[in-house]
Design a binder for this molecule. Structure first.
Ligand code: GDP
Ligand code: MG
Length: 307
């Protein structure tokens, strides 16, 4: 399935509930009125867009309707889509120019870190890049095994230690191996648990020091993985992680299983952290670089020739 189709399909639940409700609120109206603006704000909040961002969208819409003298319902719908695309734009680029570059993946248990790493590995490999994975989530043996399965699936190398090993030592060895084997991209899984902020901070600081020492000039992404099905909870998680880690972007997973896709707007606009990848399924090709225009289209318009 093509790039846009997959996103469109993955956003079905959010689209059905959010765009469906917007269409219903507009139904039978000849003009947008105050009642519609109130409905719209409520619909956006229900879709986990966040109160601030919902208000901003409504204010911007009122402004456009007035300035552009919009009357037709179709034009209003299109304007909402354009405002959303605009709010989502900026910072989504993934700059992995240096050889090697490093990606550190953090986030609470079960959000989809390991799965997303496997998918990223496959995606970069497809682009002709040499990828190496580091199993720095040493908390459970199963986490290491799972990353190994993904490495096999993607056809990339992996560096691992035993369960309970020092994560920074795994990162050290992964970077060393990456340099020796001329890897383009080094991706490290972490445990990244939040139950103890101080521990996490210390663990991450140690990992940063390893990267600083071994690859001082390398491009570096610290990607926080969030589970879209948790809605506003994901936003709160991101707030907490922001306090302990220098997050450069978000991987938002499980959009396929939820009507809470509006949370993307909350993350981007309230937290000011760019979304870089989205997960729209469990398969190896179900991770996509975030594309604001495609996402906005997917939120509002069903791809008619979807199979
Ligand atoms: P981790 O604990 O953060 O490493 O999370 P895992 O990578 O082990 O993923 C937890 C579960 O979420 C697994 O069953 C994955 O298949 C599932 N998962 C991850 N990403 C997605 C996604 O985009 N869509 C769906 N439907 N499931 C996902
Ligand atoms: Mg994992």
């Amino acid at each position: 399935m093509g790039f846009f189709k997959k996103i469109n399909k993955g956003l079905k639940k959010t689209r059905d509930s959010m765009a469906g409700a917007i269409n219903a609120a507009l139904y039978g109206k000849n003009e947008v009125d105050d009642e519609f603006y109130e409905d719209l704000e409520e619909i956006l909040v229900m879709a986990d867009v966040g109160v601030n961002t919902a208000t901003e969208i409504v204010e911007r819409l009122k402004d456009s309707v007035f300035k552009k003298n919009l009357h037709r319902v179709k034009d209003v719908q299109k304007e909402i889509r354009n405002i959303v695309a605009d709010l989502l734009s900026g910072g989504e680029e993934i700059d992995m120019i240096t050889v090697p570059s490093v990606i550190l993946v953090i986030g609470v248990n079960g959000v989809g870190k390991t799965t997303s790493i496997g998918k990223m590995a496959a995606m970069f490999k497809e682009e002709g890049k040499k990828v190496i994975l580091g199993a720095a989530d040493t908390f459970r043996a199963a986490a290491i095994d799972q990353l190994e399965i993904w490495a096999d699936r993607a056809g990339v190398d992996i560096v691992k230690h035993k369960e309970g090993a020092d994560p920074a030592a795994v990162v050290f060895d992964t970077i060393s191996a990456g340099k020796a084997r001329n890897a383009d991209i080094i991706i490290c899984d972490t445990a990244g648990r939040l139950h103890n902020k101080k521990n996490l901070m210390e663990e991450l600081a140690k990992i940063y020091r390893v990267i600083d020492r071994q690859l001082p000039y390398a491009d570096r992404e610290i990607l926080l993985v969030l589970d879209a099905t948790t809605g506003q909870n994901a936003v709160n998680q991101a707030k907490e992680f922001k306090e302990v880690a220098e997050i450069t972007g978000i991987i938002l997973t499980k959009l396929d299983g939820t009507a809470k896709g509006g949370v993307v707007l909350s993350i981007k606009n309230d937290l000011k952290v760019p979304v870089k990848f989205i997960g729209v399924g469990e398969g190896i090709d179900d991770l996509r670089p975030f594309n604001p225009a495609a996402f906005a289209d997917g939120l509002f318009e069903e791809d008619k020739d979807e199979e």
